[in-house]
Write a new protein. Structure first.
Lengths: 149, 304, 127
């Protein structure tokens, strides 16, 4: 039984979301159908160096990033999310997902600090590897992996 | 893609009729999540999957749906007490009474996805190193038995009550999962068995684990199960129940022995020995290596 | 019972902290190993420390090593809580003296199970 890399990435995303955010499997599903462009995106990423150099990123729309933050921090639906909370919570989500992705690789390496911004900084020579489109409570979250030259 | 009320009601009804488990409104997310892998395999959404199952009216589909919704999450060394009891009381007692233990045969009844059976082997690897050990792990659900046989668990599953020292010794990371080592898998045989039927082949057993399953039955059935269990347990054997369970008030043919934070049970001395069975260990028998002594129990599949 | 949660992520400190509070612990926090040692040096006494691995200033492995080297701190149960999941890393942590190891992500049940194994919480009676 050979799981593809995408299957493994999905399994990881499912576990991270069910354990840290939703309390059960269910709200996170594979995205079905066309993938629309993300309006007002927020992207969180973490770079690996050492054995394997590359990047894992999670991109979603700002309101969804705020909802994820609220879920992680167990805040009420209408509580205000300050930038500090967003960067820390969404960053930690990226950190845990990225850390688990890293464990799939044969080479060891270290993860840098997670970063959160509205655009992804470019890395010259970065090669896109896997991608995974997720639906969290119906909202699009795009997972992307790049390898650095 | 999301489950319609109609589909949810169909599934809830099916599950209730076959397992007595009630799925009330509000549990839609649970049904969706448990059926999602099956739907994904078919390449369709969950609601479509349910509609197809309903239309096809195949027994095998119904069983898959019920199984997907009635499997419970299990912990490895759930309630550390039984494994402590094995380590600190059961094995030392048997060793002392018998002089030495040449071979040990255990039964993990209602084994679910197999963590208990593997935890038993891990414990015995420490407490009885080098002694051949055989564990029969039985359950009613073919789905969980397949998982047990595969010996692969997710990260979340290995986080559940498995000491880190055991994790690094006995499992290896494979992709996003962890796999139980061959040495720990080899002594375990998984087989389908219904506790309401006659005892499985492989008797007599030295230790029987029957944890957190009697609670699902009425008093008369509990008594019948305990009686059948006692008949396949060696006269000096041990029965281990779940943390809050007891034979008290159910079956008086057992002696209760308090051990650490729990109890273990042995056939009461006043009860006659069980029917004559083949000698358990022939004198001078060499330890088995690499094979299970259990007869090949036919896979019962979808037949009920 | 008192616990010290050591992680450079406020989110993780909050998540672990609230799980421990629900289990009856009085929870203290630190953002890195040095901060945690300072708290202990200032007189904080705890029964349990949940420690992230990768932190600035002083990482979790260093913190574990320092605590285990101090005979006055023998009674503190040390549990790593980290994304590091390679067998080699887990072995390193246990060799350094960590008593237990929890891989992120974890569920409330997994923390409870581990603490039960360590004897820090009682087993749940099945009703």
């Amino acid at each position: 039984m050979n799981d593809t890399a995408v299957d493994q990435m999905y399994a990881i995303a499912e576990q991270v979301f069910s354990a840290m955010i939703d309390g059960d499997v269910g709200p996170l599903q594979p995205w079905m159908g066309d993938v629309p462009a993300i309006v007002d995106p927020i992207v969180g990423w973490v770079d690996a160096h050492g054995g394997w150099t590359g990047r894992a990123a999670l991109t979603t729309s700002r309101p969804v990033a705020y909802d994820l933050t609220r879920a992680l921090l167990r805040m009420d639906a209408h509580e205000e999310v300050v930038m500090e909370d967003l960067v820390d919570a969404y960053g930690e989500l990226v950190n845990v997902v990225g850390g688990n992705f890293k464990a799939l690789l044969p080479a060891s390496g270290t993860l840098g600090l997670p970063m959160v911004a509205d655009t992804l900084p470019e890395v010259v020579g970065a090669v896109p590897m896997e991608g995974l489109n997720l639906a969290w409570r119906g909202h699009l979250i795009i997972v992307s992996i790049w390898m650095f030259g | 893609m999301t489950l319609t009320t109609d589909s949810f009601d169909f599934v809830a009804d099916l599950v209730r009729r076959r397992s007595a488990i009630q799925l009330e409104r509000g549990k839609e997310y649970l049904v969706e999540s448990r059926l999602a892998p099956l739907a994904r395999e078919a390449g369709i959404g969950v609601d479509e999957y349910v509609r197809r199952v309903r239309a096809a009216r195949r027994e095998a589909d119904y069983e898959e749906v019920v199984e997907a919704l009635t499997t419970n999450e299990t912990s490895w060394f759930r309630d550390a007490a039984p494994f402590e009891a094995l380590r600190t009381h059961v094995i030392p007692t048997l060793t002392q009474e018998r002089g030495r233990i040449d071979r040990l045969r255990l039964w993990s009844a209602a084994c679910s996805t197999g963590q208990e059976a593997y935890s038993i082997v891990m414990t015995l690897t420490d407490v009885l190193p080098g002694t051949p050990v055989e564990v029969l792990a039985t359950d009613l659900s073919t789905q969980v038995l397949e998982r047990g046989r595969a010996g692969r668990y997710s990260q979340l599953e290995v986080n559940r009550g498995l000491p880190a020292a055991m994790l690094v010794r006995h499992l290896q990371r494979v992709g996003a999962e962890w796999r139980v080592s061959d040495a720990i898998q080899r002594p375990v045989t998984f087989a389908r068995h219904n506790l309401l039927d006659a005892a499985p082949a492989g008797a007599p057993f030295d230790v029987i684990f029957l944890r957190n399953v009697l609670i699902y039955f009425d008093l008369a059935t509990k008594r019948a199960i305990l009686e059948r269990v006692r008949r396949v347990l060696r006269p000096d054997g041990f029965l281990i129940l779940g943390a809050a369970e007891s034979t008290l008030g159910v079956d008086d043919a057992w002696d209760r022995i308090p051990v650490a934070r729990g109890s273990v049970y042995r056939p009461a001395s006043r009860v006659a020995a069980p029917p004559q069975t083949a000698p358990f260990v022939a004198a001078g028998a060499a330890p088995l290596s690499g094979t299970s002594a259990f007869p090949n129990i036919p896979h019962q599949g979808g037949h009920r | 019972m008192k616990a010290l949660v050591i992680d450079d992520s406020r989110t993780m400190r909050r998540i672990v902290g609230s799980l421990l509070e629900a289990l009856g612990f009085e929870v203290h926090q630190a953002g890195d190993g040095q901060e945690a040692l300072d708290l202990l040096d200032d007189g904080l006494e705890v029964d349990l420390a949940c420690i992230d691995w990768n932190m600035p200033v002083m990482d979790g492995l260093e913190f574990v090593t320092r605590v285990r080297a101090n005979p006055d701190r023998r009674q503190i149960t040390l549990m790593m809580v980290t994304t590091e999941s390679e067998t080699g890393q887990i072995v390193r942590a246990l060799a350094a003296g960590a008593h237990e190891y929890l891989i992120k992500p974890f569920t409330p049940d997994s923390i409870r199970d581990k603490l039960e194994l360590l004897g820090l919480v009682g087993s749940e009676e099945l009703v």
